[in-house]
Ligand binder design. Structure first.
Ligand SMILES: [Zn+2]
Length: 410
């Protein structure tokens, strides 16, 4: 293979991953490498390269000079032979957007750890993930990801990716996690739960099957994956999710998960199921069907679109509506949630200042960088986009005598 990455959770106590990128035929004029400044799905410049704490290059055992060009680009001196770039990445971000390493858990998104050799964006590549030695971590670590598995050994697993874009769209989790396995429309699905919890997995499983089958039936013939993975980090407090084509990374609070002896649905568990529903819907709605300029991302800078109200707003409408359609929520429970969303929008004076198309366009500097004035100056393309989806749905139903709905457009 022309391009091979190898990642090792080398120093869990120092939160350091060691990464090696081996490139068989670098540009003989000098090979440039870059690390993305943002992660698709989260529209903020995060400058992941700031976490690279050391970098060096060798070729056939000899050191080759490497020079930094700007905050996220490096150039390796001209070399006609294979080169190995070796670097350390500091990983201590507990969010779904970057990378994290302690003796309890390793997690990474490719955007935080894999340097891209410029010119090799479309090349197939291989990834070797080394498990840590058992003495340095707690529990019996396994590895979960939707990257395509090539070989599996006791101490490492090797995966292949179609190209760099594919490589960075599969987060990887290593820990002593709990696994829930199920089939939805005959397609294998998994949820991993990392972190202390007493969740009733049978209830979670049956609710997830209902939600996944709803979305699979909703989109019909197009299924963008042959297996799907929910990677869940359970914490004392936390909430968040990030979509990928075959998986999603989630963070939830321990109290969000269903517990023994309780059969009613809490607002916390509803919120968690809506999050699962939301990210799973994205496998189609933004990962497959997407704004035109999202087909080729520029990983260096902001990628502007006015359409996030369609992709996030409609997803927000259907994430809760599907809980009603699957009877996880009663109509009363659904309408309570719906009214809360309306109240949230009505209370925000920013809706008089910003349209949802503007909110989408300026997501990078406004929605993702909210300050004390946000309530007066911006509107959420999630909440108002969901409300617009509802209005469109009602309008289509009215105009077609209930023969068509928003479902027919999506
Ligand atoms: Zn979303």
């Amino acid at each position: 293979m022309n391009l091979v990455y190898e990642i090792t959770p080398k120093f869990p106590h120092r939160h350091i991953f060691l990464v090696k990128a081996t490139l068989a035929n670098p540009n003989p004029l000098g090979q440039v490498f870059m690390l993305p400044n943002w992660i698709p799905g989260s529209y903020l410049i995060r400058d992941f390269a700031k976490n690279i704490v050391s970098i060096s290059v060798t070729s056939k055992g000899n050191e080759i000079p490497i020079k930094k060009l700007d905050k996220n680009h490096w150039i390796v001196s001209p070399c006609r032979d294979s080169i190995v770039v070796e670097y350390e990445v500091y990983a201590f971000d507990l969010s779904v957007r970057s990378a994290y390493l302690t003796n309890e858990r390793a997690f990474f998104n490719g955007t935080s750890v894999f340097l891209l050799p410029i010119g090799f964006e479309e090349y197939e590549c291989e990834l070797v993930v080394n498990l840590p030695d058992n003495e340095s971590v707690l529990g019996d670590w396994k590895c979960a990801t939707t990257l395509s598995l090539k070989t599996k050994k006791a101490t490492s697993q090797t995966y292949v990716a179609d190209n760099y874009h594919d490589l960075i769209d599969h987060p990887v989790e290593m820990a002593d996690f709990k696994v829930i396995e199920f089939y939805a429309n005959q397609i294998p699905h998994q949820m991993t739960l990392t972190g202390l919890n007493t969740a009733v997995t049978e209830r979670l499983k049956s609710d997830l099957i209902a939600i996944c089958e709803h979305h699979l039936n909703f989109f019909g013939d197009i299924v963008p994956f042959d297996n799907y993975l929910f990677l869940t980090l359970v914490r004392s407090k936390g909430y968040g999710g990030l979509e990928h084509k075959k998986s999603t990374s989630l963070i939830c609070s321990r109290e969000d998960l269903p517990v023994k002896g309780v059969t009613s649905i809490s607002s916390e568990y509803t919120k968690f199921l809506a999050l699962c529903s939301h990210e799973y819907f994205h496998a189609w709605w933004i990962k497959t069907i997407k704004p035109s300029n999202f087909h080729e991302f520029d990983y260096d800078q902001e990628n502007y679109t006015e359409q996030l109200w369609i992709f996030e707003g409609f997803t927000s409408y259907y994430d809760e509506l599907s809980l009603l359609r699957t009877k996880i929520l009663t109509p009363e429970q659904y309408l309570t949630l719906f009214s809360q969303n309306v109240t949230k929008i009505q209370r925000c004076n920013g809706r008089y200042k910003q349209s949802i198309a503007e909110s989408s366009f300026d997501a990078w500097t406004k929605f993702y960088k909210q300050d004390e004035n946000a309530v007066n100056s911006i509107v959420s393309y999630y909440s108002k986009g969901a409300l617009l989806a509802f209005v469109l749905d009602i309008e289509i139903r009215r105009a077609t005598n209930d023969t068509k709905t928003l479902d027919d457009i999506v």
